[in-house]
Design a protein around this ligand. Structure first.
Ligand SMILES: [Zn+2]
Length: 315
């Protein structure tokens, strides 16, 4: 069964370890070879600026865009930037990729740089990582602030350009402010890699009211494989993920579920879902528990349908 995954950090890992080969290097959770093995047809690659780089700037972002082009796209993963690329990718049956930015920090407060990133193919924007930046507060910021006035401008420009916004890592206050802005603009957002707080009470997970708000706007929730967002206590495995799926479905979100593995962004993995080649086993596990129509939705159609509607239409 074909798979779309909305979050991995392979670019950041390659930036820190330039000798890693995207095609086959098993130090990467996501490689071209493992994507084939797991039937991953479309993968979002996040630009995440590691602390090790020093203070975040546009140069670091451009560096990762270069890594994306020269490693990922060069390995045969077609870049999907517009709805028409998506249609062509679907027709071709080959592998595709999307470019995302995780945290606006490296944009250095510049809306011009947002436009530059958009022109270079970035199509998803996570407003913050865990901490505060110039646009908004992240989820670990104790004061729980929302958006700055410049951050609101960033949201407006994103809506104008057709940049899809991502609330994973954003503060509670930021989430609700963005909900208001997004509802006014009639542009839903996604949480690319977050689970259900009611099942596992980690601060990065979504509360029921947040899940319901995303369902109401017809956004998407990327169920993620980060072990400590999945299950606390003994070894977390894919069977614990089923509870998150079950819970989101119970809230009415069966057509809002997608997956965002966070592969290459984590040091520890679910015991039986530790790289993207294992997506095929995960698909097999899902069809044992749920109708194939739903599983196909979660793995593929819910994500592709959302992109079909919200990627900018044409060049
Ligand atoms: Zn993340």
């Amino acid at each position: 069964m074909k798979v779309v995954d909305f979050h991995c950090d392979a670019l950041s890992k390659i930036q820190l370890h330039p000798n890693m080969d995207f095609n086959t290097d098993d130090r990467l959770d996501v490689t071209a070879e493992r994507m084939r093995q797991g039937s991953v047809a479309l993968q979002c690659f996040a630009i995440f600026l590691s602390k090790q780089l020093g203070s975040p700037n546009i140069g670091h972002i451009l560096d990762q865009i270069d890594i994306y082009n020269t490693r990922v796209v060069a390995a045969g993963l077609k870049p999907v930037r517009f709805a028409e690329d998506l249609a062509q990718w679907e027709k071709s049956g080959g592998a595709g990729s999307l470019l995302a930015l995780e945290g606006a920090d490296g944009l250095e407060g510049s809306l011009h740089y947002l436009k530059v990133c958009f022109d270079l193919g970035v199509r998803l924007l996570g407003i913050t990582w865990n901490h505060a930046n110039w646009a908004a507060d992240g989820i670990l910021e104790p004061r729980n602030g929302g958006f700055t006035s410049k951050g609101v401008q960033l949201v407006h420009l994103s809506h104008e350009l057709g940049m899809i916004l991502d609330v994973s890592h954003l503060s509670q206050q930021g989430f609700w402010e963005l909900t208001e802005l997004s509802e006014a603009a009639r542009r839903p957002f996604i949480a690319s890699h977050s689970n259900a707080y009611a099942i596992c009470d980690h601060v990065r997970n979504l509360h029921d009211e947040q899940i319901q708000a995303i369902i109401r706007m017809n956004g998407r929730i990327g169920v993620t494989f980060v072990p400590w967002f999945v299950h606390k206590g003994d070894a977390a495995s894919s069977k614990h993920l089923l509870q998150h799926i079950e819970h989101i479905c119970a809230l009415g979100g069966e057509s809002n579920i997608i997956f965002g593995s966070d592969f290459d962004g984590i040091e520890e993995h679910l015991s039986d879902l530790d790289h993207c080649g294992r997506y095929s086993e995960w698909a097999e596990m899902l069809v044992k528990h749920y109708p194939e129509r739903l599983v196909r939705g979660w793995l593929y159609e819910n994500g592709v349908g959302f992109l079909r509607e919200w990627l900018p239409k044409s060049k």
